[in-house]
Ligand binder design. Sequence first.
Ligand SMILES: O=C(O)C1=C[C@@H](OP(=O)(O)O)[C@@H](O)[C@H](O)C1
Ligand SMILES: C=C(OP(=O)(O)O)C(=O)O
Length: 405
Amino acid sequence: MTIKITRDPAPVKGALKITGSKSESNRLLILQAQYPEIEIGNLSNSDDTQVLQKALRQQSGQVDIHHAGTAMRFLTAYFATQENCDITLTGSKRMKERPIRLLVDALQRMGGDIEYVNEIGYPPLKIKGKKIAAQTVKLQANVSSQYISALMLVGASFPEGLEILLEGQVTSTPYIHMTLEIMKHAGIKGEFADNRIFIYPAPKLESSKIEVESDWSSASYFYSIAAIADEAEITLSNYRKTSRQGDSCLAEIYRHFGVTTTFEENSIILKKSGKRHLRGLKEDLRNSPDIAQTIAVTCLALGVPCELHGLHTLKIKETDRLQALKNEIEKFGGKVKIGSDCLQFVPQTEFQENVSVATYNDHRMAMAFAPLAMKVPFQIEDAGVVSKSYPDFWEDLQKLGFQVS
Ligand SMILES: O=C(O)C1=C[C@@H](OP(=O)(O)O)[C@@H](O)[C@H](O)C1
Ligand SMILES: C=C(OP(=O)(O)O)C(=O)O
């Protein structure tokens, strides 16, 4: 479905409840499958969480996790370590292009029984679950933190726990801390320092109810809206001042655009008043890759020269996000330079009209571009992609005065 999106320049005011973090939800579901004494509140309603929930009900046959990276990586480790599981784990066409070799190699070295169905290094995988009693494993840490979280999430079920030795420069580090914090909250002991993670064994846990915080990556689109507006006051719930999600760094980054964040009980209030001139934005997003698209489009909308670094993981996400950003930003005018881990552009002062933004099966392409409608009406192709992480996105935008047709 292609939609047309417009928004007049009137002040933006409203309150929204954002669904639970898909990252936190998917970690908790993997833990709950091993420790049924865990109860989960404010679970994400995203497709990625739903496919994982459904997959966890299966022990044999084919499991298709569509576009969900966390589900693919976490389930590979989970199924490989569950006795009696005999699963073929597959996903969308794009998922079959997203590498998984580092994780599979590690699990195989630990004694896991995993075979590639087609191409070595990529899904689908044929997994025969078995009891694994490895004590230590080495893992290259500069490609995806999801491989590391996947091993952490099963490590407490091993008789001696699991030591993970990280090699190379660790990427997306806050997601590793998130995994550890959630495990600790559930009662599992663990440590992460100096490229060494240790997960202590936990045969059984006390009962606990864990509330998922709402998704900070989803909040990014409202930071962008607040930044682009001259006047805005947007209240988002349920958020905490001390978040487990690395993307909560948004509050700091968007101060440059004049957006302030106030924490009140379980909400954040984003405020902006008056125009602010920013001469340029330069950020290293190695620790928060999922907000790169949002920030790039905020800069585009505001005419702010943009230089983003630390983007080496963007090429293996839902699409090659560097190339996709270049293609779509250039449709509005100007030239975007991309390297293997960076993106740079100086926006034009006038926007091309009648642009149709392609979304490449990537929820974040659709959501990141949407706030630009405050400057110029345009079209977004395949708008339903947002359901990967935020199914209510378009309804929520309409509550803030956007016209979506
Ligand atoms: O562990 C997680 O929940 C995630 C880790 C990040 O991936 P990488 O570690 O592959 O960068 C992030 O981009 C993804 O959306 C969610
Ligand atoms: C990269 C993402 O997800 P995943 O890797 O879990 O598919 C994302 O949500 O931006």
